[in-house]
Design a protein around this ligand. Sequence first.
Ligand code: FUB
Length: 353
Amino acid sequence: MFISNKVSLAAIALICGAVETGICQNTTTKRDPANPKPLVTDSYTADPSAHVFNGKIYIYPSHDIEANVPQDDEGGHFNMRDYHVFSMDNINGKVTDHGVALDIKDVPWAGRQMWAPDAAYKNGTYYLYFPVKDKEDIFRIGVATSKSPTGPFKAEPAPIPGSYSIDPAVFTDTDGKTYMYFGGIWGGQLQRWYTGTYDKSSSTDLKKDNEPALSAKVARMSKDMLKFDEPVKDVQIIDKDGKPLLGGDHNRRFFEGAWMHKYKDKYYFSYSTGDTHFLAYATSNSPYGPFTYQGIFMKPVTGWTTHHSIIEFNGKWYIFYHDVELSGKTHLRNIKVRELKRNADGSIELITP
Ligand code: FUB
């Protein structure tokens, strides 16, 4: 079912020329909203965290590479080593690759696997948040800063104190307070922190199907955006009867890839269900939750992982996500964008990719 498309990737890389050394522009300008195409075709990109800064769209994705690591439940095959930032003047505009924004060799505490990043802006500084395994092979979340949204970013000498697991998603509320949502089970190691300290014994989930599912985490960021300003809390997801979703409820429970957006004063917490490959969402009147499960809003894409972000741009809402159209391989992904539509009650229309 997967299609190999290495020929077109190589051809575009030739046209583009400067992929590894500098700025490369994909000149595609017409996009079919019903059939989105990869936004970047000369490298592999995934986990797109999109933001609007100064009226322009910036995308902070993972940079997938072929590292020839065998596939396993812990995601060893996702062995990424750097980040590039991409920008677009408008949703149909060309995509500009701004080159290497942060390299693993410039993160003194990092061991391996730079996974899904996110970014934020405050008081003249841009912040890149990134999960990477430390030298003990434990995922931590790092932060790097720049005066430009495209980097290069300079990493802090140590990870954010008290951070663990993967997939940071940073949301600044209308009152100016910023929160980080994070976590992911299986390869993301969240289950290993169940007791409060790191326990290496579990490689997937808790295996406690009738107990509340593992939750994503949230913490308000300090004013300097470099640390948590409070103890990390659970992001609880409940059903319409107020009961927590259970660990065995694989179609609905949180797995990884959290995102937060606000629409008409409601907080929308969205995430991947992982091994069932849905994007689902839950809503609350508070950024801390509890969040009431609302449903899935995207059916599975090609490839094992599904990961997204949601932004408003010029009065419309968009979802950035990835699939494996270019490679047919689950660890070599490509980012895409399509419009996100809502019903009159604020619920999100189901997308069938
Ligand atoms: O890209 C590596 C991991 O795959 C991400 O951290 C997860 O969200 C999944 O997309």
